[in-house]
Design a binder for this molecule. Structure first.
Ligand SMILES: [Zn+2]
Length: 283
């Protein structure tokens, strides 16, 4: 009955492969297949006001509710502050002529590889030449497969987020060293979010910490059960927002922004407003 055993094993392997394949397909169908757009957009940017590109394209995990909530929040900020806001998930806007028209580009929970090689080089040149960049939450995860971006723009390598509990409340504290050019930032607030754990403290790469939480007040344990200490280099001073100069450009990243409610929080929105003003050189 050896043949029966072999047929059984072969069937088992086929079933496992089919389930894995179906799982990958379902994940991709939900979050986005790899796709690239290269056609320039049919828009005219007003020359008389700062222009902000809100880019929410995803080809990996999609924060659907957060992205949905962020758009009206950014529209309100733009109206209140006299910015032209252009929201898209189509990377065709990243082209030689149109990218440089923006004062600030925002990777709004954008995950996965979303740009062609040429578009990546354009973004790299844009930042080095003085463009502003803001990354929100998923913009700093490990799905982008873009070493320059993780090394220079995010400045820390994502490990995981807590699983139990995924959303935890913490107290956000303004770092005492924050540059005085950042005005009107809240000194502290309580906030519930999915706290990202990075392998290294972003200050190692020269990032200036804006906000931290006390890492000992959250349970950082992620999905690898056999690793018990899961906060790596983050520890007690656990940064959740930082900024830096890259070439002539200014960058800002916050690991907050998993939940839709984050985009109703006035302290968070004040931080984003200041981030646009600082990275865009608008202050
Ligand atoms: Zn998240």
């Amino acid at each position: 009955m050896v043949w029966l055993k072999r047929v059984g094993i072969a069937l088992l392997i086929l079933i496992v492969l089919a389930i894995t394949g179906a799982g990958i397909f379902a994940y991709k169908a939900k979050n986005g297949f790899a796709r690239y757009e290269t056609t320039p957009h049919d828009i005219d940017l007003p020359g008389n006001m700062p222009s902000v590109l809100l880019f929410s394209k995803t080809t990996a995990f999609r924060h659907s509710t957060a992205i949905k909530a962020s758009i009206p929040a950014f529209e309100r900020l733009a109206n209140e502050n006299g910015w032209f806001l252009y929201h898209t998930e189509d990377a065709g806007i990243i082209n030689q002529d149109q990218l440089k028209e923006f004062d600030v580009i925002i990777w709004n929970n954008s995950t996965g590889p979303v740009l062609t090689k040429d578009q990546r080089l354009l973004v790299q040149g844009y930042i080095n030449d003085g463009g502003g960049f803001i990354g929100i939450h998923g913009a700093g995860d490990d799905s982008h497969k873009w070493p320059w971006y993780i090394q220079h723009v995010i400045g820390a390598r994502f490990s995981h987020h807590p699983i139990k509990d995924q959303i935890q409340e913490a107290n956000i504290q303004l770092h005492p060293s924050v540059d005085s050019s950042w005005n009107q930032l809240s000194a502290q607030w309580n906030h519930s979010d999915e706290w990202y754990i990075f392998y290294d403290h972003p200050s190692i790469k020269g990032m200036n910490i804006m906000y931290s939480i006390d890492g000992t007040t959250i349970n950082p344990n992620g999905n690898l059960l056999w690793v018990t200490d899961k906060d790596f280099g983050m520890g007690e001073d656990h940064p959740v927002a930082w900024y830096n100069q890259v070439g002539a450009g200014r960058i800002f990243y916050t690991s907050m922004g998993h939940t839709a409610g984050t985009f109703d929080n006035p302290d968070f929105l004040q931080m984003l407003k200041s981030a646009v003003q600082w990275t865009g050189g608008l202050e």
